[in-house]
Design a protein around this ligand. Structure first.
Ligand SMILES: Cc1cc2nc3c(=O)[nH]c(=O)nc-3n(C[C@H](O)[C@H](O)[C@H](O)COP(=O)(O)OP(=O)(O)OC[C@H]3O[C@@H](n4cnc5c(N)ncnc54)[C@H](O)[C@@H]3O)c2cc1C
Length: 362
């Protein structure tokens, strides 16, 4: 989020300083790894609507950088017959006039024989879904921001933000910076930096597994789709094609343990790998067993909606946080929104679902 905002602001000719606790490309937060799903299908229509602009902003970044960052694979969204999530998704796609197809099990295995499914499932096919080359997206934002004059300070921790002074002041171990606007995109560390707000943010650790099937040709971006499934025991499983060094990614969304970002143990857990291998054995048997697994952090709000707003007591501080495990696809849009709020105090995009004050009534 911070890199995307820095890029947009630097492109607009603003004087930008980025302060980052670790080195760029680090693996301690929420944005590392090669892939992140981008999709229109959501159970809340406002996300489907906002995705239209997010896709356009990603395409703009591709044209500005000359790099392919977005890979369209299409997707299948699976759930047991009369599944609430799948029908909510259908409503959102209808509301957004986004094309999709309802398939039966025969149509699915005819198109993607890699799947093993029963005949009592709801199946949606959506052609525009894909994945983003996540690590490349972040580094591209930073490189272009620097190219347009942004100053990026790595391995520098913000120790405090003085929100009570007219001009907000940011303190690090050795320096202080006064700035007309401060944009806080501190991910899992947001509560530490904005503790005066007592935001209901729950940091959880999440694990993903990677598979390297023998017949990897069957699992390429042009032969295998992104998929999600709400299982009979309520788990939200997702996966995507073979890409990059790690292979095909499969994981469970959410249900992670609450942790502190500074002290949590990031060693992958065996029980989780077994859980994923069992799921894969039943649903996509040709994938085989996990060959690698890694950790990452979610920063969850109680309603899993984002926080995009001004600091309630200091409008010169802007906050983008609580992306609850589904924010990456939106960072092209969040970067634009934060730069518009910083430069003009407003944005034409509807961010009303993300206002902080909603949290008081949750
Ligand atoms: C396993 C997993 C799978 C996911 N899959 C998807 C997906 O398929 N699609 C999707 O859209 N989203 C997905 N997400 C969610 C998405 O990756 C996150 O929502 C997004 O990366 C959040 O970005 P961020 O900038 O808020 O956090 P981060 O990238 O963590 O950035 C916060 C930065 O702030 C820095 N920082 C914190 N405190 C300080 C300080 N005091 N001083 C200086 N710097 C500081 C940190 O070092 C960090 O670099 C997934 C997340 C995980 C964990």
């Amino acid at each position: 989020m911070g890199s995307a905002a820095a890029y947009k602001l630097a492109m607009s000719g603003s004087d930008v300083l980025v302060v980052e606790k670790f080195h760029r490309g680090h693996t301690f937060g929420s944005s590392h790894g090669e892939t992140r799903i981008i999709r229109f299908f959501y159970d809340k229509p406002y996300y489907t609507e906002l995705m239209k602009t997010a896709y356009a902003e990603w395409r703009d970044l591709e044209s500005k950088s000359g790099k392919q960052l977005l890979f369209i694979t299409g997707s299948v969204c699976l759930g047991q017959r009369n599944n609430q999530y799948v029908s909510d998704v259908q409503n959102s796609l209808d509301a957004g006039a986004v094309e999709y197809e309802s398939w039966d099990d025969a149509q699915l295995v005819n198109r993607f024989p890699q799947f093993s499914v029963s005949n009592n499932m709801d199946i949606l096919w959506q052609k525009d879904t894909g994945f983003l080359y996540a690590s490349e997206c972040v580094s591209t934002y930073l490189k272009l921001a620097e190219h347009h004059g942004a100053d990026i300070r790595e391995n520098t921790t913000v120790t405090n933000i003085d929100w009570q002074s007219e001009i907000p002041t940011v303190y690090t171990e050795n320096n202080k910076y006064s700035s007309r606007k401060v944009i806080v995109t501190a991910g899992a560390w947001t509560s530490n930096l904005l503790n005066e707000l007592s935001l209901p943010l729950n940091v959880t650790k999440q694990q993903v597994c990677y598979y390297k099937p023998t017949d990897y040709i069957q699992f390429q971006p042009d032969t295998f789709p992104v998929f999600t499934e709400i299982t009979t025991d309520g788990m939200f499983m997702y996966g995507m094609p073979y890409f990059g060094a790690n292979g095909a990614k499969v994981a469970r969304h959410g249900m992670g343990k609450s942790v502190s970002p500074d002290t949590c143990n990031r060693t992958p857990e065996k029980y989780y790998i077994n859980l994923l291998d069992t799921y894969v054995r039943n649903r996509i048997p040709e994938l085989g067993k996990a060959v690698h697994s890694e950790m990452c952090l979610y920063t969850e709000t109680p309603d899993e909606d984002f926080i995009i707003d001004k600091h309630p007591d200091c409008p010169n501080i802007l906050i983008a946080a609580g992306f609850s495990g589904h924010g990456f696809k939106f960072c092209s849009l969040v970067g634009r929104i934060m730069s518009e709020l910083a430069l003009t105090g407003k944005t034409e995009l509807d961010i009303s679902p993300f206002h902080i004050d909603r949290l008081n009534s949750l």
